[in-house]
Design a protein around this ligand. Sequence first.
Ligand SMILES: Nc1ncnc2c1ncn2[C@@H]1O[C@H](COP(=O)(O)OP(=O)(O)OP(=O)(O)O)[C@@H](O)[C@H]1O
Ligand SMILES: [Mg+2]
Length: 384
Amino acid sequence: MEIKNILIVDDEPVNLKILRAMLVPEGYNVVEADNGAKALELIDLALPDIILLDVMMPEIDGFEVCRRIKSQKERRMIPILMVTALQDKIHRQQAMEAGADDFLSKPIDRIELLIRVKSLLRIKKYSDELIESYQMLKEKNRQLEELEKAKEGLTHMIIHDLRGPLTNISMNIDMCLMKIDPTSPISSYLNNASQQCLYMNEMIQGLLDIHRMEEGKIDLVREYINLKDLIAEVAENYSSQLETKKITMNLEFHSSVSRLLVDPRLIKRIIFNLLDNAVRHTPQGGQILIRTEDSLDGKCITISVIDSGPGLDEKFHDRIFNKFEQVKLKKEGVTTGSIGLGLAFCKMATEQHGGKIWVSHGPNGKGCSFSFMLPVEPEGNCRS
Ligand SMILES: Nc1ncnc2c1ncn2[C@@H]1O[C@H](COP(=O)(O)OP(=O)(O)OP(=O)(O)O)[C@@H](O)[C@H]1O
Ligand SMILES: [Mg+2]
């Protein structure tokens, strides 16, 4: 069994002798100090597991010694048992206020002393174990963070370096396409391969952009935009897909704000992503509505993309904004080039503008309504 160290502090040699005589036979290692200053000095040398502290001492009294020990972070876990002839409540209260853990009256009863010492040592043992576990967890966490950082760095490097060979493959496919009969079956295979290269390139770009945003390396390049024109321009890109799926798309502009000072590249990509999802999830003959409106205080503007698709269970409403989070919908077909980065990008890009993004159910609880809010003034904030 590990021998416990007990520091006893008393200015009366006879009291030190009595305490020693009670504790040593029980297997404790006793260190003595006959005044407060000496006790404070001895703590780092003796490394006591418990301190028995007399109250009435010349110069620095027991209350003050206790206060000083308990005010030091690395020493405050040492239990202090105040030992005194003072009986009144005021002194007990003073001892507790100074941070003492327990109180023992003189003349000392041996059994009572041993019980208190044992109980305080048990508490000290638990707190030591807790501190040790906390330190271990802290260290493990630090190692994990380091590992995660190294892994991210490596992944980022690989993703970055994939672009070179991919461009090369793409260029070679294009060259083959130029040399063969466009009506041949090989041409259609090559066209397909070329399309896949484009998807891959987009994914790589998306990953690199997200990485840069996470590192805080994307600076907004703000320009005045006309929101209505920008939305119409993005929507126009989907006209043929809408026609094929016979989806009706409506644009409703209820906002009084027409010009916004934002990064057009990022805002366009947010709308692209939301519209891309809406078109993908809306069934044949469905509807999509893009709507803008002012916030009640007029400081923010909300842009919503509402679809008549299968909707999303509420339990996914927060999660889908995480990277690589995808929800498998029962009737969802295979979607090429989709890896679950779109909404993560939208979240980072809106937040970078001081805005926020969320999803709710569409009208009558059907479909999805993805909305993002942007501050009208560049220094504004809609995140609260
Ligand atoms: N309009 C929507 N209706 C139903 N589910 C949606 C809708 N938009 C997004 N989701 C769900 O949220 C998931 C995450 O969307 P996100 O745009 O981040 O990724 P993705 O579309 O799967 O891939 P990527 O955008 O990277 O091509 C989707 O996989 C889908 O399960
Ligand atoms: Mg998407």
